[in-house]
Design a protein around this ligand. Structure first.
Ligand SMILES: [Zn+2]
Length: 371
């Protein structure tokens, strides 16, 4: 009897503990996100659906996913829309949790970094006007922003936030490009060129039923993240093979090779290696950037220029289109292979003489084969 009473008491105690603990922990989460929205709303004078873009890495930093439900409750509670008012960028797991609230009407941007977990609260907060026209207006406005960039006013995310927010404010930033920026976490001419290339490939070798792309991203630059997002061409699913080229090899391929896009059509039973180049010179000439411009100016102008599909003619070209088979494709994937050499577009001897160290060790692979 005594034991039963004891058991009842213990159950009661456990119940009370949970009743006290649960609302407290849930309350803390709601508190942090509500605090972030409240601060941003106050600084910007409201969060109008017409004018607001939120950029955040919520979900990427370790354990930050627990705030996602609260975040979306506030987000939709403010009448904001997923495809209109949000860019959820990917960051490394050890990144801080941050939010940028941009108001396109005023050009003001509230940048907030928070601490979360045991101690919750806003740990850093700043409001800056980031309207590109004003930042880039003259020498003194540029110098002023350069100083703020050097001082990491947005904790090192100045370039990403200024380019994404201003491009979004034009109303011409394609949502499917925004989805690529979520993965790439910044907006640069490299990712823009990937978008142009992806559209070119889809237009000329349509991604119809039974068609898939295997990309040899060689040489590598920011463009590859577009192929991952758009075609699910991930390294893990063997859709993307990444390696680099030497300056001499690039020259031998015409100066601006972008990669090899292998188009496999299961229904037709065909496999073609489409070798493409991407020429940045029309972009540099057309975008209006001047020599001596800070990179945040020239790169943004290049992005703006490439956002306009009318400017895409002539920047992507075919270096070669070669019918291949499964065995050739497998050879291109091997670690020791240069896919351009496999396709016969680069001379193996030439490639070896470009890498003296490997030429010196050139005898080793033969020895290995014999053993
Ligand atoms: Zn980039």
């Amino acid at each position: 009897m005594k034991q039963l009473k004891m058991l009842h008491f213990m159950c009661f105690a456990v119940l009370i503990f949970f009743l006290l603990a649960l609302p407290a922990s849930a309350g803390e989460n709601v508190g942090l996100i509500a605090q972030v929205y409240g601060t941003a709303g106050e600084e910007l004078g409201g969060l109008e659906a017409e004018d607001t873009l939120i950029i955040t890495d919520l979900g990427s930093p370790a354990g930050s996913y627990v705030y996602l439900d609260d975040f979306y409750a506030e987000f939709y509670g403010n009448g904001l829309l997923y495809t209109k008012n949000l860019l959820l960028v990917q960051n490394p797991r050890n990144s801080p949790l941050w939010f940028a609230f941009f108001d396109k009407n005023s050009g003001d941007c509230v940048f907030i970094e928070v601490s979360y977990g045991e101690v919750e609260g806003i740990s850093y907060q700043v409001t800056e006007n980031i309207n590109f026209e004003e930042l880039a207006a003259d020498e003194s406005s540029r110098a002023e922003w350069n100083t703020k960039v050097a001082g990491k006013v947005f904790k090192g995310r100045e370039f990403a936030i200024v380019t994404i927010a201003n491009a979004w404010a034009t109303g011409d930033l394609d949502y499917e490009l925004m989805q690529c920026l979520e993965l790439h976490n910044h907006f640069c001419p490299g990712v823009s060129s990937g978008y142009v290339l992806a559209n070119w490939v889809e237009e000329n070798y349509p991604l119809e039923d039974g068609v898939s792309y295997t990309v040899f991203s060689c040489p590598v630059w920011c463009k590859e993240d577009v192929f991952i997002k758009r075609w699910d061409a991930t390294p893990g699913t063997k859709g993307l093979w990444v390696s680099d080229l030497t300056g001499e090899e690039k020259e031998a391929l015409g100066g601006s090779p972008a990669g090899i896009f292998v188009v496999t059509d299961k229904n037709a039973g065909t496999m073609q290696a489409v070798v493409l180049s991407f020429d940045f010179s029309p972009v540099n000439e057309g975008c209006g950037a001047q020599e001596g411009d800070p990179t945040w100016v020239s790169k943004y102008l290049m992005d703006l220029w490439m956002m306009d599909k009318d400017n895409w003619d002539g920047i992507v070209s075919e270096i070669a289109v070669i019918d291949i088979d499964e065995a050739t494709l497998n050879e291109m994937k091997q670690a020791a292979s240069n896919p351009y050499v496999v396709l016969g577009l680069l001379d193996e001897e030439e490639q070896q003489t470009n890498i003296p160290f490997l030429s010196f060790l050139g005898v080793l692979p033969e020895l290995r084969l014999e053993t």
